[in-house]
Design a protein around this ligand. Sequence first.
Ligand code: PGA
Length: 250
Amino acid sequence: MAEKPRPLVAGNWKMNGLTADLAEIAVIRDALAGALGGPDIIICPPATLIAAAAQLCAGSFIAIGGQDCHPERRGAYTGDIAAEMLRDAGASYVIVGHSERRRDHGESDVLVSAKAEAALRAGLKVILCVGETEAERAAGHAPDVVARQLEGSLPSAPHGDSLVVAYEPVWAIGTGVTPTPNDVAEMHGFLRQRLAARLPESSDVRLLYGGSVKADNAAELLHLPAVDGALIGGASLKAAEFLAIAATYR
Ligand code: PGA
């Protein structure tokens, strides 16, 4: 059996955060300084803060990520950001296929796959999100939906450690409702099998759970054998809460 990969705790700030909020990142950085053996930490602030956040975290354990990228390197795409630009600003990861992008911007699996491909081209690691809606789960289609999203959204030949997959049931995002630990374990086991069938180095792919992770439910959700970490939205905005979640791995 392959060794379990190092856990990863990632914060997705979404469309939150002004310059003053960089102070939260500084608190996280200082709290983790010299802390060996903990999880890998990634913070994905809005694009406007990436360069400053990367500067703040230079030489620390914290990596900075973007929340989306365009498939092309450059061009007439008003308002979009190329993966190369994120990299240039100091990011080393990017989230693609978040359900808010799929829902609000109509992103298809084909587009998400092209974005993941662009991220790898630019030297970024990819956090690929998949997850079913409440109706899809109620109809018993959750495994089919996430399998279809996973297979349709993967870049063509990712190295295991350049890919992170986040299972985020849409109905758990920002709602305070989470699946049971059993449901998470089942879906992660299923995703792990699908990854193994598809990728040679799939044991290096970290499988995160995301959706209403908080300090008080982190221990029961993140210590499941098939879970390698968390993607955290709301609870990542305040350093104390984010650090408390990360501390479940100490
Ligand atoms: P949440 O968001 O933790 O606020 O539920 C998770 C996410 O969307 O990544």
